[in-house]
Design a protein around this ligand. Structure first.
Ligand SMILES: [Zn+2]
Length: 200
């Protein structure tokens, strides 16, 4: 089970510190958290208005491209979860998460956003799309390096290694498509079959 931590102002420490959420009571307009300060260990109640909760969570993002590093603040839905290796769309760029730090600045592989203090990443220019090719007697798997925004369409014929492949289905992170379009950064696997000529 994941321990949810939220930053709250601690009256003992006299500053905002990570609090372990011991109890959460959601009312009509407010949510009351019983939080335990991870620095001094004192438990206290914190009332957050739902409006405030709905605005999501701002997290610091530090990303690099080559030798330069930039810092940004990214807003997440408070129920979001992130893991190392995820691709984060940010201002038209695709940032691959290389490291996540929790509120105590320890690295973790995956966390709910409420536990994250800093996201580290690099600008990702290509993603790997896995393609299953139905070869009649067997299925082979090939990988394709493409820009994250590259579009794949069910029913299209694509040319890979001088072979014409008809896209028969696409599995994305959220759903399985039998028709329609998906962008490379969202794709888990493309299903295809080898064809001789272009088919509609
Ligand atoms: Zn404290």
């Amino acid at each position: 089970m994941t321990i949810i931590m939220v930053p709250f102002y601690c009256e003992v420490c006299k500053k905002e510190t990570p609090h372990e959420v011991l109890k959460k009571t959601t009312g009509k307009n407010t949510t009351v958290f019983l939080g335990k300060c991870t620095v001094c260990g004192i438990s206290s109640k914190h009332t957050v208005s739902l409006k405030e909760e709905k605005t999501g969570i701002d997290i610091k993002l530090i990303y690099s491209k080559g030798a330069s590093t930039s810092t940004a603040i990214v807003n997440f839905d408070k129920y979001d979860k992130l893991k190392v290796g995820d691709i984060l769309p940010y201002q038209g760029m695709h940032i691959k998460i290389t490291k996540l730090e929790n509120l105590l600045h320890q690295p973790r592989k995956r966390m709910p956003v409420t536990n994250i203090s800093t996201i580290w990443g690099t600008i990702n220019d290509t993603v790997t799309v896995k393609i299953s090719v139905n070869m009649k007697d067997y299925t082979k798997s090939i990988s394709l390096e493409v820009p994250p925004s590259e579009t794949f369409v069910v029913g299209d014929v694509i040319k890979v290694n001088k072979q014409n492949l008809l896209i028969t289905g696409i599995v994305t992170k959220h759903k399985s498509l039998r028709e329609g379009t998906a962008i490379a950064s969202e794709i888990v696997r493309v299903h295809s079959k080898k064809v001789r000529n272009r088919e509609g």
